[in-house]
Design a protein around this ligand. Structure first.
Ligand code: PSV
Ligand code: MN
Ligand code: MN
Length: 424
């Protein structure tokens, strides 16, 4: 299904007066308002194809119904989100959960909804029925050269799919690791991973990047071969300019200062981009901003400051993507909330009075520095986001409109109450 533009316009019209009141109130105190609104309009966050269905946990999965049954329907769902928020103009595919067998048709379908393809993701953390050798003991780090070869070949195949779709990056997350001390020679595992990644790197087209994701544990619970940003950075440095480190917010041990990691990776030109989500305990994959929105703001504060210092285009210089899972929410509603949370943090970071902060830091005025950050963080920027959406042709209140139109019920009617999406 698609949402008629006239429905969005009509609803916006009904909400216009209330919006204007809230917008005028906040806009009055903002310097460079139009520049900020333009930046918000330009800022898009990619939607992962695997987040359009119910994720569940290893204890169970409770589908809400109407999930996309094919790649075409996944693209349709992202099209719906983008029509509502005008901020989700790309989709990231995970191979082989998604197989774009007719790339030209898939691309045309996406383009018709204003979408393109973000990074393509390889999958060597599961065994597929068609596959000869098992990844039970790892893939790119495996002790058996034949398994490594199979995993390298899969990654090269994923690049080929991506080329056909005009993607520009391969995203690699490995579950490779060990469950018990003694199981693995860690240096050997790292060296074999590097060697395998070098073979994949060689297959990258000139204008492509490989994004190396890290994660401390799960499914391996003693060591993970690319377990933290240092290990990923080491690999991406050894690989070369086309390799960078991908930061998934859920892939840190509790208390990690993610904003500091981000700031330094950016400084070194090694920040590939993000998998946004939120967490309380581990890789919880919860709605962005649902647990720790202040951390998200602090990350964006480092990003905006660091990107401006290096003259980078906020919208396009790195990869912006969500990586989430939904146990109890409608996936589309969750994704709308996540995009909103990311843009709120971005807008707040744009409001930081940078010259005043530099001055406070120079004077070691700790109180003033905190005041400056928290003044921006405590500003209600939601009317700015709504205004940017309005200007871009989206809905003033995407979630409310999604509910008012009973989109999920329409999807259930179309696809069935038991329709289940592919993914984890
Ligand atoms: C692993 O936890 C991860 O964050 C990687 O990005 C995977 O590709 C994704 O989740 C799969 O669900
Ligand atoms: Mn991830
Ligand atoms: Mn994860």
């Amino acid at each position: 299904m698609q949402l008629e533009k006239s429905i969005i316009e009509e609803t916006n019209h009904q909400q216009q007066a209330a919006h204007q009141r809230k917008f005028d109130f906040v806009a009055e105190d903002i310097n460079g308002l139009d520049t900020i609104l333009k930046k918000l309009e330009d800022f898009n966050i990619a939607i992962p194809s695997w987040a359009l269905g119910t994720g569940g946990t290893r204890f169970g999965r409770f589908s809400g119904g109407g999930e996309p049954r094919s790649l075409e329907e996944k693209i349709e769902d992202v099209g719906l989100i983008h029509a509502l928020n005008r901020s989700s103009n790309s989709i990231s595919l995970h191979i082989p959960w998604d197989i774009p067998s007719n790339a030209a048709a898939v691309k045309a379908h996406a383009a018709q909804l204003g979408l393109h393809f973000d990074a393509v993701n390889s999958n060597t953390f599961q065994d597929q029925a068609s596959q000869e050798l098992s990844y039970k003991f790892g893939s790119l780090h495996h002790v058996d050269k034949a398994v490594r070869k199979q995993a390298v070949a899969h990654n090269i195949e994923v690049i080929k799919y991506g080329v056909e779709l005009d993607s520009k990056a391969l995203s690699v997350w490995l579950s490779d690791g060990s469950n018990f001390p003694g199981q693995l020679n860690m240096r050997g595992a790292f060296e074999r991973t590097l060697e395998s990644l070098q073979e994949i790197y060689e297959a990258l087209p000139a204008d492509w990047k490989v994004w190396v994701e890290y994660k401390p544990y799960e499914p391996n619970f003693y060591s993970t071969t690319i377990g933290d940003w240092g290990q990923s950075y080491l690999l991406s440095s050894k690989l070369g300019n086309k390799a960078q480190t991908l930061v998934d917010l859920g892939h840190h041990l509790q208390g990690a200062n993610i904003e500091q990691i981000v700031s330094l990776l950016l400084m070194e030109g090694k920040l590939a981009g993000f998998h946004f989500n939120d967490s309380k305990y581990g890789d919880d994959d919860l709605t962005v901003g649902s647990i720790n929105p202040y951390q998200l703001f602090l990350i964006f504060n480092e990003l905006v400051e660091g990107m401006d210092a290096r003259g980078m285009n906020h919208a396009t210089a790195i990869g912006w993507m969500i990586d989430a899972s939904h146990n109890v929410k409608d996936p589309i509603e969750d994704l709308i909330q996540s995009v909103e949370a990311i843009k709120i943090a971005y807008a707040q970071a744009l409001l930081v009075d940078t010259p005043a902060l530099v001055q406070a830091q120079q004077n070691n005025d700790v109180v003033q520095a905190q005041e400056i950050l928290q003044h921006a963080y405590r500003t209600d920027v939601r009317p700015l986001l709504a205004e940017a959406r309005l200007r871009a042709g989206g809905a003033l209140d995407p979630l409310a409109l999604y509910r008012k139109q009973a989109v999920r019920n329409q999807l259930i009617a179309e696809r069935g109450a038991k329709a289940v999406s592919t993914g984890l």
